[in-house]
Design a protein around this ligand. Structure first.
Ligand code: ATP
Ligand code: MG
Length: 260
C-alpha cells in the first residue's frame, strides 16, 4: 500500500508496511505482527523518539560489546524485516557474527531470512549449518536450537526483540544478555543485563554512531561505562519517563497533544 508522505503518521505506517511485506515474504512470522503492534503502542508512550535514558542504555550496550570476548548478534524475522542493512553494518563494524535464531523456526524460513541478510551485505551467518547445531536444554522443541560457534559459546548475546523464556534460558546458561525491547516490563526486559527501551529502528543507527566514538576508548574506560550501568535503575527511569508523559498528557487533555 502506498503511504502518502503528508500523512501525520507516515513514518509509523511505512514501518508497519515493512513488517507486513516481511510477513508476505516469509521473513516475519504471523505472531511477529502482533509483537510489532505491541511495540508500536509502547513507542507511542515513550514519544517516538530516543529518550535520554535510552542513549545511556545504548552506550552501556556498545561498551559491553566492545569489551566482550566472544559476542554474537542473535537476529529474528522482525529485526531482519525492519533493519537488516543496519544490523549487518553494525556487525561488520564491531566484527561480531550474526546468528539466525527464530522463535517459530522452520528451515525454509531460516533460509529466507539468511537470504535477506546476505542481500544486505552479510558474509558469514551462523545458525543454519546442521553440523554446528546444538540445543539449550532449558527450552523445548525448535526454540532450543543454537549454533555451537555462536550463541552456545558466546559470553555476550545481543538479542533484540526476544521472548522472555529464551532470555531467561540464556541467563541461566551464564550469558550476558543485551536486548532491545520497547516494553520495559516484559520478562525479557527484566531478565536482561542491559535493556534498551527504544525502537530498534532508531537504536541500531544510534549504536553504530556510538560505536565509532567508543572504539577510540581503552578497555578500562569501556569497563567503567559497563560497571556503572544498573539495569534495574535504568528500567525504573524508562517507566518514570512514560509515567511523566502520561501525567503531562492528562494535564493538557487530549486536544493539547501538540503542546507536548
Ligand atoms: P516477554 O516474552 O519478554 O515477556 P512478550 O511475550 O510480551 O514479552 P514477545 O512477543 O515475546 O513479547 O517479544 C517481543 C517484544 O518486542 C515485545 O515486548 C514488543 O514490545 C517488542 N518490540 C516489538 N517491536 C519492536 C521494535 N520495533 N523495537 C523494539 N521493541 C519492539
Ligand atoms: Mg514472549
Amino acid at each position: 500500500m502506498a503511504i502518502p508522505n503528508d500523512h501525520p503518521r507516515a513514518q509509523s505506517l511505512k514501518i508497519r508496511e515493512q513488517i507486513i511485506e516481511g510477513m508476505h515474504n516469509n521473513i516475519v512470522a504471523e505472531a511477529g505482527l502482533i509483537a510489532h503492534g505491541r511495540g508500536e503502542a509502547f513507542d507511542y508512550l515513550i514519544g517516538e523518539e530516543s529518550p535520554t535514558y535510552a542513549i545511556e542504555q545504548q552506550d552501556a550496550a556498545v561498551a559491553l560489546l566492545l569489551t566482550a570476548e566472544k559476542p554474537v548478534f542473535s537476529v529474528n524475522g522482525n529485526v531482519t524485516a525492519l533493519c537488516a542493512a543496519e544490523v549487518v553494518e553494525f556487525s561488520e563494524l564491531l566484527n561480531v557474527p550474526i546468528e539466525i535464531n527464530l522463535f517459530y523456526r522452520r528451515e525454509e524460513r531460516a533460509k529466507i531470512v539468511a537470504e535477506k541478510l546476505v542481500e544486505s551485505g552479510a558474509k558469514n551467518i551462523l545458525g543454519l549449518d546442521p553440523e554446528f547445531q546444538t540445543i539449550i536444554t532449558e527450552l523445548s522443541h525448535s526454540r532450543r536450537i543454537v549454533d555451537k560457534r555462536g550463541i552456545h559459546s558466546a559470553d555476550v548475546v545481543f538479542v533484540p526483540l526476544e521472548d522472555g523464556d529464551r532470555t531467561m534460558a540464556l541467563r541461566k546458561m551464564g550469558k550476558q544478555v543485551i536486548t532491545v525491547d520497547l516494553n520495559p516490563i516484559s520478562r525479557t526486559s527484566v531478565w536482561s543485563n542491559i535493556t534498551i527501551v527504544n525502537n530498534i529502528i532508531r537504536t541500531i543507527p544510534e549504536m553504530i554512531s556510538t560505536a565509532k566514538e567508543l572504539q577510540k576508548m581503552n578497555q578500562k574506560e569501556l569497563l567503567e561505562i559497563v560497571n556503572s550501568f544498573d539495569n534495574n535503575k535504568s528500567l525504573r527511569e524508562s517507566l518514570e519517563h512514560i509515567s511523566d508523559r502520561l501525567d503531562k498528557l492528562a494535564r493538557v487533555a487530549l486536544d493539547g497533544l501538540e503542546k507536548i
